[in-house]
Write a protein that binds this ligand. Structure first.
Ligand code: ASC
Length: 128
């Protein structure tokens, strides 16, 4: 579905960028440094959660070279990588439920859990 390897790399980076924008902007609210606003949380997490299914289509074989921080282990430990991706997607889905509930404490807890799944995958599969 991608013409060139660069297109797949661009696609997955774009999807991660949009997801990270809508997730990351809620960091200050999750940390209680900005007042909780249920609608802001629900709107942004709905987008982040729906984006979470997209980037992994871009990890096609032969896209470990070029403008990417992706480690070769993504393609030698495919099952483990896919499991890490699913863990993030499941955490995002649970976060979306918490976000829709309008409960600040549930949101904060689920936000933290989701952030851990982002970091876990970066630690294992993203170069510095
Ligand atoms: C973000 C973002 C990530 C995660 C990670 C959580 O907002 O872009 O990759 O949170 O930093 O530890």
């Amino acid at each position: 579905q991608f013409q060139k390897p660069e297109d797949a790399i661009k696609y997955r980076k774009a999807a991660f960028t949009v997801m990270a924008s809508h997730f990351g902007r809620l960091g200050p609210m999750a940390q209680g440094r900005v007042p909780f606003d249920a609608k802001t949380v629900a709107d942004n997490i709905a987008i982040a959660a729906s984006m979470s299914s997209l980037p992994f289509a871009g990890f096609v074989p032969g896209t470990d070279k070029g403008d990417t921080k992706a480690k070769a282990e993504i393609w030698s430990e495919t099952e483990k990588f896919n499991a890490a991706a699913k863990k993030m997607q499941d955490a995002m889905a649970a976060l979306n439920v918490a976000a829709k509930s309008g409960n600040a404490d549930q949101f904060k807890a689920a936000f933290g859990e989701t952030g851990k799944t982002c970091k876990g995958c970066h630690d294992d599969y993203r170069k510095e």
